[in-house]
Design a protein around this ligand. Structure first.
Ligand code: NAD
Ligand code: MG
Length: 339
C-alpha cells in the first residue's frame, strides 16, 4: 500500500499547535464538565488552571466522585442543575444518551456548545442535539491521569478534534480553545471527524488493541501448553515479554523493534508472522470494519445493553477463567516491580 500525497507539509492530517488556538474563545463562558472520572477530572482541573470558569456536574448517588471533586476545590452541581455555555459530556458512553435526554437537552440554548471526548453517540444518532448549538469533540489520545500529569509538567497529551455542527460559526475556534485549556495543543491536535474518530476507535479496539492482542496471546499460550510445555514458561514467553516488544514499537516504530531483537528473531518473525496473519485475516478485518461502518456493531452493542448485557457477562466470565489468568496470577507474584 502507498500513502496519498501530503496535503499539509510533512503530515497528511491538519495539525494545530499552541499558536493556532486562542483561549479567548472560552473566556467569560461557563464550562460545565459532566462527570469527574478519568477524563472529567483532568479536563476540569486543567481548564480551571488555565484560568477558565469551570463547574462539575455529578449524580448525587456517586458520593466518592462528589467528594473528590469538592476536595479538589471544584464547585459541584447536581445533574438537575447542569448549566453552562459549554457542556462537556465526560461520563461513560453508554449512559450519555439517558443523561442527555433527562438533564442536558432542555438546558441547551442558542449558541450553546456540547462537547464529547468520543464520537459514538453523535455518530450513531444516540444523541441528536438541536440545530442551534455547536457540537464538538476534543478526544485526548491518552487516559485522564496522564492528561493531568502532562499538564502539570508543562506538556500535553495529543488529541483529536472535530466539529459535527457549527451553528455559531466559531465551533472550531471553541474546540481549539478547549484543547488548549487542557494542554493538548502543547503536544499537537489532529483534526478529524466524528465518523473517522468513532469508526477507527472501534476498529482499533476490536481487531488490534484489545480483541486482536488478547486472542493472539491466548492462542499462542494454548498451543505451547497443548504440546506439553509448562504453562509458567509459556506465560513468560507469550504474555510477559510482549511488553518489551510493544515498548520498542511505541517508542520508535515497528522497524525500531526489528533493529533491537536478535538476528534469529528477525528472520523467524519476518518469515513466520506472515503465515499467521494471512489474507483471510485481512478479509475478516474488512468485514468487521464494514459492520462498524454500517452501524451493525453499534446496534448490537446498544441492544446488548438494553437486554442487560447477557453475552458480555458470559464472555467476560470466560476470559476471567482462562488458564493463562490462573498461571499469570502466580507468575506475577515473582515480579517485584509489579504491584
Ligand atoms: P469514566 O468511566 O471515568 O466516568 C466516570 C464518571 O461518570 C463519574 O464521575 C461518575 O459519577 C459518572 N457517571 C457514571 N455513571 C453515571 C450515570 N449513570 N449518570 C451520570 N453520571 C455517571 O469515563 P471516562 O473514561 O472518563 O470517559 C468519558 C468519555 O471520555 C467517554 O466518552 C470516553 O469514550 C471518552 N474517552 C475516554 C478516555 C479514557 O482514557 N478513559 C480516553 C479518550 C476518550
Ligand atoms: Mg480508543
Amino acid at each position: 500500500m502507498k500513502l496519498e500525497k501530503n496535503r499539509f507539509g510533512d503530515c497528511m492530517a491538519k495539525i494545530y499547535r499552541e499558536d493556532d488556538a486562542d483561549l479567548g474563545f472560552l473566556k467569560g463562558k461557563k464550562i460545565c464538565i459532566v462527570g469527574y472520572g478519568s477524563q472529567g477530572h483532568a479536563h476540569a482541573l486543567n481548564l480551571r488552571d488555565s484560568g477558565l470558569d469551570v463547574v462539575v456536574a455529578l449524580p448525587e448517588w456517586d458520593k466518592d466522585y462528589w467528594k473528590k471533586a469538592e476536595k479538589d476545590g471544584m464547585k459541584v452541581l447536581k445533574l438537575e442543575e447542569i448549566d453552562g455555555d459549554l457542556i462537556a459530556m465526560l461520563i461513560p458512553d453508554m449512559v450519555q444518551p439517558g443523561v442527555y435526554k433527562k438533564f442536558v437537552e432542555h438546558r441547551l440554548r442558542d449558541g450553546s456548545t456540547i462537547l464529547f471526548a468520543h464520537g459514538f453517540n453523535i455518530h450513531y444518532n444516540q444523541i441528536v442535539p438541536p440545530k442551534n448549538v455547536d457540537v464538538i469533540m476534543v478526544a485526548p489520545k491518552g487516559p485522564g491521569p496522564l492528561v493531568r500529569r502532562m499538564f502539570l509538567e508543562g506538556k500535553g497529551v495529543p488529541a483529536l478534534i472535530a466539529v459535527n455542527q457549527n451553528s455559531s460559526g466559531r465551533a472550531l475556534k471553541i474546540a481549539l480553545a478547549y484543547a488548549k485549556g487542557i494542554g493538548a495543543t502543547r503536544a499537537g491536535v489532529i483534526e478529524t471527524t466524528f465518523k473517522e474518530e468513532t469508526e477507527t476507535d472501534l476498529f482499533g479496539e476490536q481487531v488490534d488493541l484489545c480483541g486482536g492482542v488478547a486472542e493472539m496471546i491466548k492462542m499462542s499460550f494454548e498451543v505451547l501448553v497443548e504440546f506439553g510445555y509448562q504453562p509458567e514458561v509459556a506465560y513468560f514467553e507469550v504474555l510477559h515479554e510482549l511488553k518489551l516488544i510493544v515498548d520498542l514499537i511505541y517508542e520508535g516504530g515497528i522497524f525500531n523493534m526489528w533493529k533491537a531483537v536478535s538476528e534469529t528473531a528477525k528472520y523467524g518473525g519476518m518469515t513466520r508472522g506472515k503465515r499467521i496473519f494471512t489474507e483471510d485475516i485481512k478479509q475478516e478485518m474488512k468485514k468487521i470494519l464494514r459492520e462498524i461502518q454500517s452501524g451493525e456493531f453499534a446496534k448490537e452493542w446498544i441492544l446488548e445493553n438494553i437486554a442487560g448485557r447477557p453475552v458480555y457477562t458470559k464472555l467476560l466470565e470466560k476470559e476471567a477463567n482462562h488458564p493463562i489468568e490462573i498461571v499469570g496470577k502466580e507468575m506475577r507474584k515473582m515480579i517485584p516491580w509489579l504491584k
